[in-house]
Unconditional design. Structure first.
Length: 319
């Protein structure tokens, strides 16, 4: 396994936003680009490489194939189709599940035994597909989950409270989608509860729900105005990969496998706070949810499992 070697599967806007972020920040020794469109990967290799004289460190960037996954520390999957107007999430998940299954088979055929990070949507379902098909230990397969949603939340909270987003400690949990929620009982600014700050300063409590709604609506608004979102998730993926490569033990709201009744759930990938290091997910950061929050998490999991039962499970099982 090569230290600092990352393979990117899918060189669309999201994948290349991550790659560009990595080029600018450094910390990656080798980046391999894989896509069904071979010419595009060659063009992206050239374009990124021409920026190396301005990058903070030397970095090998190459167009490649799945055989090069063998000694990679991390493989990031951003491939898949985007949701089209009028297309249901079930239709999207059915198509992308088939794509994920083939990509995963190709990755594992190389002898890969590192960490797979999944960003393709619907991300909780696609992470489940990759985990089941790869047969890797569940801690080695991670979805981007609600990492971007949480970043959006912290940005909006920082703007409202006029404090640095680095001092906002709050998490979006559940599905990366409309059924997500914020555990406001576990939301802090510095070391003070957000709810207490709201009371002490006579802020209307419905402001918190408005902030969460702003997070839920963010992607729809961006897509309406510029057709797609990619810079935010590109930065989020870079952050997640760095946490793995640098063995950070960072707390991130990744799509994580729940088993043995954690949060009252079993055999599902869902966005919850987890400690991430070079082994993938080291452990969950278990929060005591109130009844309303637990019901919201249960609802998120129910929606995901329904879609699994309708088509995803049969795709995984059928060769």
């Amino acid at each position: 396994m090569k230290k600092g070697k990352v393979v990117l599967v899918g060189t669309g806007f999201v994948g290349m936003s991550m790659a560009y972020s990595m080029l600018n920040r450094g910390g990656i020794n080798e980046l391999i680009l894989i896509d069904i469109d071979k010419n595009k990967t060659i063009g992206e290799e050239m374009d990124l490489s021409h920026g190396l004289p301005f990058a903070p460190q030397k970095m090998v960037i190459k167009s490649g194939d799945y055989s090069q996954c063998k000694d990679a520390e991390v493989v990031v999957i951003t491939a898949g189709i985007a949701q089209k107007p009028g297309q249901t999430r079930l239709e999207l998940s059915t198509t992308n599940a088939k794509i994920m299954k083939q990509i995963t088979k190709d990755i594992m055929a190389s002898g890969f035994n590192g960490i797979i990070v999944v960003a393709s949507n619907p991300v909780d379902l696609m992470t489940y597909v990759v985990a089941k098909v790869s047969k890797l230990p569940k801690n080695q397969v991670i979805g981007s989950g609600t990492v971007l949603d949480t970043a959006r939340l912290r940005y909006l909270m920082a703007d409202y409270f006029k404090v640095s987003s680095k001092n906002i400690h709050a998490y979006i949990m559940g599905e990366h989608g409309d059924s997500s929620f914020v555990s406001w009982d576990h939301a802090y600014i510095g070391c003070k509860k957000v709810k207490d700050i709201m009371k002490d300063n006579n802020h209307p409590m419905n402001t918190l729900e408005n902030i969460h709604q702003g997070v839920v609506n963010a992607a729809y608004e961006i897509i309406e105005m510029k057709k797609a979102t990619y810079y935010g998730i590109g930065m989020a993926l870079n952050r997640l990969v760095r946490a793995i490569l640098d063995n950070e033990n960072a707390i991130l709201t990744v799509s994580t496998y729940l088993k043995d009744g954690e949060y009252g759930q079993d055999d599902i990938y869902i966005g919850v706070p987890a400690i991430v290091n070079s082994n993938g997910v080291r452990e969950l950061l278990k929060l005591d949810l109130n009844e309303e929050e637990q019901n919201k998490l249960n609802n998120s999991c129910k929606l995901i499992k329904q879609m699994r039962q309708e088509s995803i499970d049969s795709i995984i099982e059928n060769d």
